[in-house]
Design a protein around this ligand. Structure first.
Ligand SMILES: Cc1cc2nc3c(=O)[nH]c(=O)nc-3n(C[C@H](O)[C@H](O)[C@H](O)COP(=O)(O)O)c2cc1C
Length: 176
């Protein structure tokens, strides 16, 4: 039988994908299965799904334009089924900015898009200076300095709260 859940990810360095994989493994534990696809993969027939989950990371203040395009182009389908959205960014490492109503990127995203998912969440991502090309590394260092985060370029910290991912997965399972 075809899966009736799809998890669509927009991930540059892999952390959003890792969160999606964790959610998927939680679904499997409950006997559910999902198709895990890049948001770039336009071969998916979305009408077959009764639950659509979208996870997207932030780069320089915005989610990838493909995420916005996808949502705008799939309005009818997204309105006819249950949907879940989560954002991944480093600002969410701060307790006062780690909910959909306090994270500036999520607030701005939903101000500019005509879509109300059934469930929304935000997770802190990963900081891994060694992965970034020179200019990005300098920019992230500046952002970290401004936001009082680590500026040492040897730093590799996964800020993602996996317990929060787990309880989010449980909320998703409750929708099925
Ligand atoms: C080039 C670049 C720009 C980023 N810009 C932001 C930003 O503006 N705000 C923020 O909170 N996090 C920012 N981040 C942090 C990412 O959102 C974080 O590393 C996340 O885990 C990336 O997820 P991904 O691996 O799925 O792409 C940036 C990271 C990179 C590499």
């Amino acid at each position: 039988m075809a899966n009736n859940i799809v998890i669509l990810y927009s991930s540059t360095d892999g952390q959003t994908l890792k969160i999606c994989q964790k959610i998927n493994s939680q679904l499997v534990l409950k006997g559910l299965t999902a198709d895990l696809l890049s948001i770039d993969d336009n071969t998916a027939n979305l009408t077959q799904y009764s639950l659509i989950i979208i996870g997207a990371s932030i780069r320089y203040g915005v989610h990838h334009k493909k995420v916005i395009e996808f949502i705008n182009n799939s309005k009818t389908i997204l309105e006819s089924t249950k949907t879940v959205f989560f954002s991944v960014n480093l600002v969410a490492r701060k307790a006062e900015k780690n909910t959909p109503t306090t994270n500036p990127y999520v607030i701005k995203f939903f101000k500019n898009i005509d879509w109300k998912p059934t469930l929304v969440e935000v997770f802190a991502g990963k900081l891994d200076y060694k992965k970034y090309p020179f200019l990005d590394r300098k920019m992230i260092q500046l952002i970290m300095w401004i936001t009082k985060g680590p500026t040492n370029t040897n730093t590799e910290i996964e800020y993602t709260d996996w317990k929060k991912v787990q309880s989010f997965s449980e909320k998703i399972i409750a929708l099925t």
